[in-house]
Design a protein around this ligand. Structure first.
Ligand code: PMV
Length: 348
């Protein structure tokens, strides 16, 4: 019983990994488990109009509007995604999808939108499936949305729920799976209840290595085995730190993960250097500031030059002053984004 048409809208946030996913196996399966903070204001809003075709197609057809305009550059990624998820949403081949999507963060700001974008689109698709199959539990709904979004972009499966989401099997996370992200349900210290992420936009240009190519660099990487073991161990330590609020250890783990991610890229063949001189300058400033003030501020990095500053809300005033006085000069056009750790995607 397929509906003739329907319309769904979701807003999904970006996420920032504390323990990084870098390296994957065929089928978008992670080589190691990861855990991230879900963001709030850095998000993608997507609206999908579904219209039933007279006869089923090979795969769903679609039109895409990005920030109100057709966007050819994103079409192959969406096509690949819709083809990949078809076995799990076979009804979709009966439909034409009018997809309209926009990001809250500035276009080409160097903020990866694939996680929030794939999460928002997956939720719209699941919402439509849910109208035709309303028996689905909320747990199953989010699980399948996360499962689908993983097929678009691995880390997108961590952009459905919040504030802490793990992805990948880990002995200390019961119910954890390589197939979808799960909300972290272990004990969490009060200090993490109000946590901030200020993203310093160091370099807004396109990345020199796509994440697909980046993950592939871990195949046959001389340090791959050690790295995957380390990520598992770091996740065990992080689970303890989340419970006891030991900020010194939190900082050590989170900064170590970021630097290791970049070290993996520097030591792969071919090698990549994704930090810019300003990235390094910011890191040194943060270390100096922490030594001087004792404020629990740390950084993390994605596969790019921008720097995420993570800190508890209680230190926000001091950190923002520090950013304005000492870090803004290293940001392209002085731009940075103030975000907070949030609860996950929302239906509009
Ligand atoms: O989801 P992908 O394939 O774009 O990979 C993202 C990988 C990192 O952002 C570098 C780390 C992570 O776990 O988010």
């Amino acid at each position: 019983n397929l509906a003739s048409s329907g319309r769904t809208s979701w807003r999904a946030p970006s996420n920032i990994a504390l323990v990084k996913y870098w390296g994957k196996y065929p089928g978008q399966l992670p080589a190691n488990p990861s855990l991230s903070f879900t963001l709030s204001s850095s998000a993608t809003t997507t609206n999908v109009d579904f219209k039933k075709h007279k006869t089923a197609q090979k795969s769903p057809s679609f039109d895409l509007l990005f920030e109100g305009k057709p966007n050819k550059a994103f079409e192959p990624k969406i096509k690949l995604f819709l083809d990949r998820i078809l076995p799990y949403v076979p009804w979709s081949k009966h439909y034409h999808l009018n997809i309209s999507t926009s990001n809250s963060f500035p276009h080409s700001s160097g903020i990866a939108s694939s996680a929030s974008g794939m999460a928002a689109l997956s939720l719209c698709i699941m919402e439509f499936e849910n109208t035709m199959n309303p028996e689905m539990s909320e747990e199953m709904f989010f699980r399948k949305a996360s499962f689908l979004s993983r097929l678009g972009s691995g880390s997108a499966c961590r952009s459905i729920q919040g504030p802490l989401v793990s992805w990948g099997m880990h002995s200390q996370l019961s119910g954890s799976s390589d197939l979808y992200g799960s909300e972290f349900t272990g004990p969490v210290h009060d200090i993490f209840n109000d946590f901030r992420d200020t993203i310093l936009l160091v370099h807004k240009g396109a990345k020199t290595v796509s994440s697909t190519a980046g993950h592939a660099l871990m195949e046959g990487h001389p340090f791959a085995t050690q790295r995957f073991a380390q990520a598992n161990k770091n996740l065990s330590s992080l689970i303890e730190v989340l419970a006891n609020g030991n900020m010194d250890l939190f900082i050590q783990l989170v900064e170590g993960e970021a630097l290791t991610l970049h070290a993996m890229m520097m030591s792969s063949t071919p090698s990549y250097l994704l930090m810019k001189p300003n990235t390094v300058a910011i890191i040194e400033k943060i270390w100096e500031f922490r030594k001087k003030t004792g404020v629990a501020l740390c950084f993390t990095l994605d596969a790019g030059a921008n720097v995420h500053l993570l800190y508890p809300g209680e230190s926000a005033e001091k950190v923002l002053q520090f950013i304005k006085n000492e870090l803004v000069v290293y940001c392209e056009k002085g731009q940075y984004i103030c975000d907070v750790i949030g609860p996950g995607a929302e239906k509009l």
